[in-house]
Design a protein around this ligand. Structure first.
Ligand SMILES: Cc1cc2nc3c(=O)[nH]c(=O)nc-3n(C[C@H](O)[C@H](O)[C@H](O)COP(=O)(O)OP(=O)(O)OC[C@H]3O[C@@H](n4cnc5c(N)ncnc54)[C@H](O)[C@@H]3O)c2cc1C
Length: 427
C-alpha cells in the first residue's frame, strides 16, 4: 500500500484528529507534514504571538509523533508545489487534511483539492458552517445547532505507521517563528496537546458559572489558543463537560457555541474580517488623527482597567474576555479609532488570534456586526472595573504606576453618540 500524506494545519494533535485517523485506517505508511506558507493566508498571516505558539506547538507535535516512531516533516511553501514534491519523493498517492475556514484558505484549498488526489475532514468545529442557512443572531443559531444534536464521538489517539524512508525536513528553527527580541519571555503557556488536556482537567465548570466575568479570578478555561491551533477539539471538550451530572458545563458549552457562530459568520459573510457586517457603518466618521492609539497599545491611557488589559496582553499574549470588551470599546468609542486597527493589534499580540473569533469580538463591540451590542451601549471603564475587579487586584497586578487619563470619558461618550447620530442621519 502506498503512503498517505497527512497535511497538518490548525489541527496539531494526535487524538480526535479525523484526517490522521482516516489515513491510519486506510492502511500503509503515513507521512505527517506541516508546510509554512504565511503568504497564502491573504491579509492575515499569523502574527508574532501566533508564530511563537506555532513554534512550540510544532515541536510538541513532533515529540508526540516520535513516541510512535513517526515524525513531523517540515517544509516551506508554496503548499501545492510542496505537496506535489512530497508525493513524488515518497510515492504517496493521497493527501488528507482537516479543513480551515478563513476565506483565503478556502480559496487555496479548493485549488489544491482540484489538483491532487485528496480528502478533507472536519476537525475544528462541532458543525460545518454550511449545514445551516446564514444566521445573524446567536440564539436561534445555537438553538438550531442543539436541535441537530452534537456529534460527540471522539476518535482515539492515532499511531501513524512510519514509511521505510523519511523524506527530508527543514529544521524548525529555520522557519524563524520566534521573535528576535525576547518579548515573549513572560508567556506562561504550554503549547501542545498535553498542555490543553491539563487545562481541561483543571477547569471547574461550577466556578466558571460564578467567576467567568472576573478578570481578578482565574475563572475561565484559557483554552482559546489550544482550540485555535487544534491541540484540543471542541468535541473532546463537549464530551468531557456533558458528563457532569449537574449540568454545570452548559454555560461553558454555550461559549463554544459562540465560537461556532463566529466561524459560521466568517464563512457566510467572508468580507467581514475587513468590512462591517452592517454596511451603513462603512460611513462612520472615525477620528482622522488616531489620537490615543499609542497610549492604548502601551497601556498608558490613564484608565486603569484599560491599561491593565493592554499590559496583560503585551506580557502574556492573552487578555480576559471582559477586559477585551472594555479595551475594544475604549478604542472604538472613546477614541473613535476604527475597529479594524484594534483587530490588527490583537491579531499580532494574542496567542489565540483567530480570524473568526477576533472579527466577531471586534464587530460586536463596535456595534456593527451580528447580534452586536447596540452602538449607544458604551462601556464605562471605571464602573466596569468597580463591578468586575471589585478589590482592584487585577489592576494592581498589571498597573504599578498609574498615569493621568488622556481624556474625559463623559465627554468622549457624548462625542461618540454624536458621531453615531451623524451616521443615522446620512442617507
Ligand atoms: C474584541 C475581542 C476580540 C477577541 N478576539 C479573539 C480571538 O482572536 N481569538 C479567540 O479565541 N477569542 C477571541 N475573543 C473571544 C474571547 O474573549 C476569548 O475566546 C476568551 O477570552 C478566551 O479565553 P478562555 O479560553 O479562558 O475563554 P472561556 O470563557 O473559557 O471560553 C471557552 C472557549 O470558548 C470560545 N469563546 C469564548 N468566548 C467567545 C466569544 N465571545 N467568541 C468566540 N469564541 C468564544 C473560545 O474558544 C474559548 O477558548 C475576542 C473577544 C473580544 C471582545
Amino acid at each position: 500500500m502506498r503512503p498517505t500524506l497527512v497535511w497538518f494545519r490548525l489541527d496539531l494533535r494526535l487524538t480526535d484528529n479525523p484526517a490522521l485517523s482516516a489515513a491510519v485506517r486506510r492502511g500503509g505508511p503515513v507521512i505527517p507534514v506541516y508546510i509554512w506558507a504565511p503568504e497564502e493566508e491573504g491579509a492575515w498571516p499569523p502574527g508574532a504571538a501566533s508564530r511563537w505558539w506555532l513554534h512550540h506547538s510544532l515541536a510538541a507535535l513532533d515529540a508526540g509523533l516520535r513516541e510512535y516512531g513517526s515524525r513531523l516533516i517540515l517544509r516551506r511553501g508554496p503548499s501545492l508545489d510542496t505537496l506535489r514534491d512530497l508525493m513524488n519523493e515518497t510515492g504517496a498517492d493521497a493527501v488528507y487534511w482537516n479543513r480551515r475556514y478563513e476565506p483565503a484558505l478556502i480559496a487555496r484549498d479548493k485549488i489544491i483539492k482540484a489538483a491532487l488526489p485528496s480528502e478533507s475532514f472536519n476537525s475544528a468545529l462541532l458543525f460545518e458552517p454550511w449545514e445551516f442557512k446564514p444566521y445573524r443572531v446567536f440564539t436561534p443559531f445555537w438553538k438550531a445547532c442543539l436541535a441537530k444534536g452534537v456529534p460527540a464521538t471522539v476518535q482515539p489517539r492515532a499511531r501513524p505507521p512510519a514509511p521505510a524512508r523519511w523524506p527530508a525536513s527543514v529544521k524548525l528553527e529555520s522557519l524563524e517563528l520566534l521573535p528576535r527580541l525576547d518579548w515573549a519571555k513572560g508567556f506562561d503557556w504550554k503549547p501542545g496537546e498535553a498542555g490543553a488536556q491539563k487545562l481541561l482537567r483543571r477547569f471547574n465548570a461550577r466556578r466558571y458559572t460564578t467567576d467567568r466575568d472576573r478578570p481578578d479570578l482565574a475563572g475561565t478555561s484559557r483554552l482559546s489558543p489550544h482550540l485555535h491551533f487544534g491541540e484540543i477539539s471542541p468535541r473532546q471538550i463537549w464530551n468531557a463537560l456533558t458528563k457532569n451530572a449537574d449540568q454545570s458545563g452548559w454555560g461553558y458549552l454555550r461559549q463554544l457555541g459562540w465560537r461556532e457562530f463566529a466561524h459560521h459568520l466568517l464563512y457566510h459573510f467572508p468580507h467581514t474580517a475587513e468590512e462591517p457586517l452592517r454596511p451603513q457603518f462603512s460611513r462612520f466618521p472615525w477620528s482622522k488623527t488616531n489620537t490615543g492609539w499609542r497610549e492604548w497599545t502601551r497601556g498608558k491611557t490613564g484608565f486603569p482597567l484599560v491599561d491593565a488589559g493592554m499590559r496583560e496582553l503585551w506580557t502574556t499574549g492573552w487578555m480576559h474576555n471582559r477586559v477585551r470588551m472594555v479595551v475594544a470599546s475604549f478604542l472604538v468609542k472613546d477614541l473613535l479609532i476604527p475597529w479594524q486597527e484594534g483587530a490588527r493589534w490583537f491579531w499580532d499580540t494574542l496567542v489565540d488570534a483567530d480570524l473568526a473569533n477576533n472579527t466577531l469580538g471586534w464587530q460586536w463591540t463596535a456595534g456593527c456586526g451580528a447580534d452586536a451590542a447596540p452602538y449607544f451601549r458604551i462601556f464605562n471603564p471605571i464602573s466596569q472595573a468597580e463591578k468586575f475587579d471589585p478589590h482592584g487586584d487585577y489592576i494592581r497586578r498589571w498597573v504599578k504606576t498609574p498615569v493621568a487619563p488622556i481624556l474625559d470619558h463623559t465627554a468622549a461618550r457624548d462625542r461618540a453618540l454624536r458621531a453615531f447620530d451623524q451616521l443615522k442621519s446620512t442617507p
